[in-house]
Ligand binder design. Sequence first.
Ligand code: WT7
Length: 659
Amino acid sequence: MSDGTGVDLEARLAEATTFDPPESFVEQANVSEPGIYEEFEENWPECWERAADLLDWDEPYDTVLDDSDAPFYEWFSGGSLNAAYNCIDRHVEAGRKNHAAIKWVGKRRETLTYTYQDLYREVNEFAVALRSLGVGEDDVVTLYMPMVPELPIAMLACARIGAPHSVVFAGFSADALATGMERAESEYLVTADGYYRRGNAFNLKSKADNALLDLDRGVSDVVVVDRLGDELSHYLGEDQHDYTTLIDGRAGETVEPVSRDAEDMLFLMYTSGTTGEPKGMKHTTGGYLAHVAWTSYAALDLKPTDTHWCSADIGWITGHSYSVYGPLALGTTTMMYEGTPDYPDRDRIWEIVDTHAVDVFYTAPTAIRAFMKWGERYPNDHDLSSLRLLGTVGEPINPRAWKWYYKHIGNGDCPVVDTWWQTETGGMMVTTLPGVNTMKPGVAGPPLPGVNVEVVDRDGEAVAAGEAGYLTVRKPWPGMFRTLYGDDERYIEEFWREFSDDADRSVYFAGDGATVDEDGYVTVLGRIDDVINVSGRRIGTMKIESAIVGVEGVAEAAVVATDADAAGDARVYAYVSTESGRGVDDALRDRIVDRVGDRIAPFARPETVVFAPELPKTRSGKIMRRLLEDIANGDDLGDTSALRNPETVGEIESAVGDR
Ligand code: WT7
């Protein structure tokens, strides 16, 4: 196999630590001028107009950034626009009504295509329907829906009438839904009867009904999408409406997009994370949309002619930003897939990429490691030559997984962007620009032009190259969350206090540990709270995990510490899954322990290594360390409803028992 430069890809992959984007990619890239970094720096914050220029504004803004009340920043003040207009109408007006906006693939291989005209029509109908139910501007509408086209349609219908949406991931419990609705004081709910998961019909409506029983203030109206038809009958209570009946009653009706101030709320997103109280992140119309459109353009290199697939669930920020708002703002075709990657078989993703000639594919390292574990024969069965760019997000990617992705999915021809960002940041912050920068596997890259990231020590001083520190952002950015809904105090406390002084609250602490190299490339080490104390020393679990996944045959690792003793010392527990077909024996266990000793330090060596077929993950693919900690400590497991693969818990408990 050759990478186009004539050099054997196999050999290069084994040795190289840097990779340049192929010439053919650079030639066609949306952004290819290296000078863009300087240009943005010299011209900050006006540089962000380049992002705002990707949008159509009803009223032009008069100030790019208003920082008079930091950290309550305002972007593009005085401007007004409508997000749905930007994602739909303007493409129809530009003569692209028959271009595919959404391509949806169901679990049974059925496909639905919504052109921009189709989307225009249905979003309008549903917007009219929502209004007729009484939804007014600024009323929060909660969406508790699986991966059906009606989810982005409902989001855009809300945006059209200026009603912020609050999407609660369908895998979450009734409790989480009720909490989200209470906190957002949301009186409207759009949900579905159910959805398919691995071939089985799953009841969502009953969970929603349970949540509604818990609401103190009750609910005004509920709209139910009938996904399962005869497979699951559902009952519509008082003030509950069938989605299709509602829109059929409004066939062909339209509503003027409501002009929203740039700073008006576009949506709320409650994150529960793996610990702690739910936080309602408030995102706004102008800054958010500009940021996600710009990063879709500059980092994902999206063109209107592309078919883009971000495999995240739309219930997460990744899906909001890079399945819905970013790609649609640019007039691209965005893919949605209802099913799971391994059903009916482990080549499902590649079959879809092949069938739909996907150009840009964006997924999470945890998925890539699963693909790697399943083996290359699954992608090899398909023609993946339509791919031009690959992306990852959500957690650190180890170099081995990066290289596997680059080789077996990208065939050495596609740049890989490792994008660091958060629900809080709204859009990408740190990544290589694929048409500009050299890539380093395992290293996210430099901050995007105009983004000011610094890795600092406890005193807020920049660390030397290669030293671990805290990831901070020292200038605001357009896509940033504006507050935690209803809790300005906590917004300041949690994100702006740590590294800012009293006079100046302008340093954002992301909660992640990182290092930065001589070239200014940032390696994200993971959440700072995933730091354990062993033998009196603090060490990031991520460091130990990356040593372990470097062992031949290991697919994934999660390291936790058991309860600390009086001196604060804990024992290191490693949970390890192996590549498929790889047997588990003491020799492997020894190699793991030795490698940690060699690579890091003897004190960091895991005292216990537990082999498990799979590690427990949240729906967004984050390993549930809290749960693994509880297992290691023999504690009560508590709520496991946020897990994507609850069956792993029993397997791990019995593996621990066998030790
Ligand atoms: C946390 C944010 C942003 C969309 C997905 C998750 C981790 C994210 C990377 C990356 C290393 C990453 C960080 C971050 N993270 N991207 N490329 N390399 N770590 O959003 O649930 O808000 O999680 O995910 O720890 O803080 P989220």
